[in-house]
Design a protein around this ligand. Sequence first.
Ligand code: URA
Length: 170
Amino acid sequence: MPLDLECQRCPLGRGRIQVVPPCGDVGSRVVLVGEAPGAQEDEMGVPFVGRAGKILDGLMKEAGLPRDRVMITNTVKCRPPKNRRPRPEEMRACRPYLEEELRGKDFILALGLSAAEDLLGRKMVMRDVANRPFEVELFGRKVVMMVTYHPSACIYRPPAKDTLREALRI
Ligand code: URA
């Protein structure tokens, strides 16, 4: 389903400033999937431009991955109130958009467990799965997926930061 910038499929539509569509090269076969827009993303209409985005940008630079070479999106396109985690029903409501965005992609990097669990429909433990690529059938097609730390999990945790940086050496 193409992204509806006026979407009201779930209650997040009432609290947002705007729907935040994917950014970067939307035609890239590589996609980074975060959780949900925060305050700055909601204001600017672009994923990962706030504090977590600055960390991501820094690590992408260090990893030699230009931001405009990949597509960057979120599991839900509207900011949850007080930046809480999106609820399962909100992720479900937004899923047709994510499905459309991920069509034809070859490599999906899930930033954080929230994105990973939404994409795969099961609970995971980060230290068991981090940076281990695996093949999955997603929306009827085989793709390679990898799960890594969310940039905001790296703020005071150098090992998580190293893991995320490593994951970005795509
Ligand atoms: N955190 C996310 O998961 N996504 C954003 O776009 C910003 C912060």
